[in-house]
Design a protein around this ligand. Structure first.
Ligand code: KG4
Ligand code: ZN
Length: 361
């Protein structure tokens, strides 16, 4: 079995997957996934209105060993049955990453098993395999990865061949949802709360321009926040419930439109076979509906993993780790340090707080 760990932000997550065959050869996720555990810190950070890095790292330190033991006990496993360990190397919060990474290094070193350091964004992309076979991402694929930390449109020509089509120059779209929600006085994390208000809002009462000055290769969401702050100030607080809802629907519309417009341009240019939507913001109903219309127009497949695997989790990393393991198996131990830490490889690589997907070797 392969053990995958995720501690890049505020979720401590572990998964166990079978190494009998890669997930791409399994018809269903259940044929591949043995078990998963996840502990969310959202309640802890709620009081601060955002993730507090030092607290997040401390929580990982407390929770990871407990969850690891629970995983072994729940599955009546002995550590010797874990043959490979995969872990998020970056991008993310350094202190948080270090907890999972050091655990994995120590585990690999003491058990003399290979360690596969992974890119978190690439992990989100491999959530595209966590569906029934006929609904999975299919290459060439266009992936829209949208969360509190990422807004990336990635063209995937074939296995691990990535080209960044567009990424955000400032805030991630989830961050824009969260910050806008805070301006409306909604609780953290604001995205889901704002989406709920938007359902009761009257479209067209307010308008926020987005992406007018954006180039084809970038998103920008920080301007929206300023525009909203100005409108909220001019309306005077406290905002009436209906005004809040009307503002929410306008905010959601402008953020969603910015994503959809660039996705449509990219579909025309790259002509992918499938569109993958992943990351926490994939939970947004309005975004899903708009993208659904788009894929119908172009007659391509729409892959959206279940919500629990769109947000941060370790199953997506298990899928990626297993694909990598099977793909490079032949010369696994002679792999370069950047890609593998086997028993014969150096243990001196470290986490990367910044780790653009195109820097994967
Ligand atoms: O992937 P995720 O759980 O964590 C990372 O940021 O990596 O994504 C969380 C983000 C938050 O910004 C949250 O507000 C946003 O996803 N989100 C939503 C919705 N559900 C979650 N944004 C808009 N509409 C939603 N329904
Ligand atoms: Zn993430």
């Amino acid at each position: 079995m392969l053990l995958a760990l995720e501690t890049s932000c505020d979720e401590t997550a572990l998964s166990l997957v079978s190494l009998d065959r890669p997930i791409s050869d399994c018809a269903k996720v259940e044929d591949f996934l043995v078990d998963e555990l996840l502990s969310s810190q959202v309640k802890l950070h709620q009081a601060y209105g955002g993730v507090v890095p030092e607290l997040a790292a401390r929580e990982h330190l407390t929770n990871l060993p407990v969850l690891f033991n629970k995983l072994l006990n729940d599955n009546s496993l002995d550590v010797s049955q874990i043959k490979v360990i995969a872990v998020t190397r970056g991008p993310g919060l350094k202190g948080s990453l270090l907890v999972g990474f050091c655990f994995a290094k120590a585990f690999a070193f003491s058990r003399k098993i290979p360690l596969i350091p992974l890119n978190h964004l690439e992990g989100h992309i491999f959530a595209g395999l966590l569906l029934e076979k006929e609904k999975r991402m299919e290459y060439p694929c266009l992936a829209l990865v949208v969360s509190g930390g990422h807004t990336e449109l990635v063209y995937i020509e074939s296995f691990r061949k990535y080209e960044i089509v567009a990424r955000t120059m400032d805030d991630a779209v989830g961050e824009a949802f969260d910050k806008s929600a805070t301006l409306l006085g909604l609780p953290y994390p604001g995205g889901p709360a704002l989406a709920e208000c938007a359902q009761k809002g009257i479209p067209g009462k307010f308008n926020f321009p987005v992406g007018v000055s954006n180039t084809d290769r970038s998103f920008s969401f920080s301007g929206v926040k300023t525009a909203i702050a100005r409108v909220v100030k001019s309306l005077g607080e406290p905002l009436e419930e209906q005004t809040k809802n009307d503002l929410a629907v306008a905010i959601e519309h402008c953020l969603v439109q910015a994503l959809v417009a660039k996705t449509e341009k990219a579909i025309r240019k790259y002509k992918p076979k499938s569109l993958l939507l992943t990351g926490g913001v994939a939970a947004n109903e309005s975004l899903r509906i708009e993208l659904e219309k788009l894929v119908k127009k172009f007659g391509i497949r729409f892959s959206v993993p279940p919500k629990k695997w769109c947000t941060d989790n370790a199953v997506m990393l298990g899928a990626l780790g297993s694909e990598i393991y099977h793909h490079y198996k032949v010369n696994f131990n002679s792999w370069s340090a950047a890609d593998s830490l086997g028993p014969e490889a150096p243990l001196d690589i470290d986490v990367l707080a910044r780790f653009p997907i195109e820097e994967i070797k």
